[in-house]
Design a protein around this ligand. Structure first.
Ligand SMILES: C[S@@+](CC[C@H](N)C(=O)[O-])C[C@H]1O[C@@H](n2cnc3c(N)ncnc32)[C@H](O)[C@@H]1O
Length: 435
């Protein structure tokens, strides 16, 4: 591991405490929910910003959604945006390498000796959509930047068909164990491994159960690409318990945890100021990068109609309170706004006086959607900081438990917004954990 890493340990604790204080100080801004609260408490403090955001179109909101930090909006937006960028800076490891499929020279494996390189690449990338394949090759390239010791045995955690583990095992010639709950994926993964001559075993395993943890061994180098909240948190805890040598984890779906309150892993985060709910953990996931235009249009329509229902029910009931709206199949949009709203009213067992004009109500719903989306750009500034806070909690936990840790971005944000990577290696002269 490069010398810079020793400093990075201290940096992570310092960065964490800055982020913790900043997120805590501004929680009224990022916890505010424009969708359910027509007038937000912060608007009284920042009227110029509120008016500016409310005056913009839905298209403008959409254009700024994924990078709200770049928006030239009135204060305090601009200052918060600058701070958001400063606090979330992480190395871009994806600039550091080329992403052709680097690997051992063909011919090392008897299964590959007669195959052309393009056939090998085809076998490695078979069944993988283009974007996923790019994520996998970038992840595989970055793993090597963080570890000093040679890898002995790969373990792919929540492996799916084990594409990532198979690429790494094929490149390095080490054996591979995949843990995956879905037996059909395991069978397909085993077949792909056989065709490539990779020594892989694909075990049907629920990684939240203790029997699966027995598979973890000290010599394992564990990779986990986009394992959801509880799945990767369990991995970190069990890998530490088994003293696994190396880890490379890219988390996703932080809110998929088994408790209503977030329980930090590190003692530093536990001693911090911020207390998070499962709902808060959804904030970092609110990007729309991967949705296509048609999907976005349908999502917008559904949201505009829900907001129209909200306007209607508040007026008709004379009660200024949000009523949750249940999810409805896409086909519900085909029956028109009147049917859609009446159905939501029936869900709440309400018989409401019908609006004078459904068209006008729909128009109001779309206007409100534009305002909601623009007001949401403010919490959007805290999306990445909250994600980095969560990543740092994981990093600090591993450091505490005797690992050297590096954090970076393994691919471009456009490829997947979940592009953060934690790479850790057990220190050879281990000190006793202090949790
Ligand atoms: C988002 S996919 C990631 C798959 C793979 N790592 C990749 O990036 O292509 C998550 C995988 O976790 C598996 N999974 C979900 N819960 C699991 C559990 N409790 N135990 C084992 N695997 C699980 C799912 O079946 C799925 O294949």
């Amino acid at each position: 591991m490069p010398a810079a890493t020793a400093e990075a340990g201290t940096d992570y604790a310092a960065r964490f405490s800055q982020l913790d204080a900043w997120l805590h100080q501004h929680q009224a801004l990022w916890r505010a929910k424009p969708f359910t609260t027509p007038q937000l408490p912060w608007e009284a403090d920042w009227p110029e910003l509120a008016t500016w955001l409310r005056g913009r179109t839905l298209e403008q909101a959409e254009a700024a959604h994924n990078q709200p930090q770049l928006l030239d909006a009135p204060e305090p937006f601009a200052s918060l945006a600058r701070r958001s960028i400063e606090l979330t800076e992480l190395p871009q490891w994806h600039d550091a390498d080329s992403f052709s499929v680097p690997g051992r020279p063909l011919g090392l494996s008897s299964a590959c000796s007669t195959t052309s390189k393009s056939h090998v690449v085809e076998l490695l990338s078979r069944h993988i959509p283009g974007r996923k394949w790019q994520q996998i090759t970038r992840f595989a390239a970055c793993v090597r930047l963080g570890w000093q010791e040679p890898t002995q045995h790969w373990l792919d955690w929540c492996a799916g068909k084990g594409h990532l583990g198979r690429l790494l095992a094929w490149q390095g010639g080490q054996p591979l164990t995949c843990l995956e709950r879905d037996a059909a994926l395991n069978r397909q993964g085993a077949e792909l491994g056989r065709q490539l001559g990779v020594a892989s075993q694909h075990l049907d395993a629920d990684v939240l159960e203790a029997y699966a943890w027995q598979q973890l061994q000290p010599e394992h180098s564990i990779v986990a690409l986009h394992a959801c909240g509880q799945l990767h948190m369990t991995l970190l805890q069990q890998a530490v318990a088994q003293g696994c040598a190396q880890l490379a984890v890219s988390p996703c779906c932080y809110n998929r945890i088994d408790s209503a309150e977030y329980r930090p892993l590190s003692s530093i985060a536990r001693a911090g100021q911020l207390r998070l709910t499962r709902d808060d953990l959804g904030l970092p996931l609110q990007e729309s990068i991967t949705a296509g235009q048609r999907v976005r249009r349908l999502r917008d329509q559904s949201m505009a109609w829900r907001l129209a229902f909200d306007i209607w029910q508040r007026q008709a009931r004379g009660i200024d309170r949000y009523l949750p709206t249940p999810s409805r199949p896409q086909s519900a949009l085909g029956q028109g706004i009147a049917h859609f709203c009446r159905d939501l009213a029936a869900h709440h067992q309400l018989q409401l006086r019908e609006p004078d004009s459904w068209e006008q109500l729909e128009e109001q719903g779309w206007q409100r959607l534009a305002q909601v989306r623009n007001l949401e750009l403010l919490p959007g500034l805290f999306r990445r900081p909250l994600e980095v806070w969560l990543l740092l909690d994981r990093a600090l936990y591993l450091e505490q438990m005797g690992y050297q840790v590096r954090l970076g971005q393994f691919c471009e944000y456009q490829l997947t917004p979940r592009n953060l990577l934690l790479v850790a290696e057990r220190c050879s002269a281990q000190t006793a954990p202090t949790l």
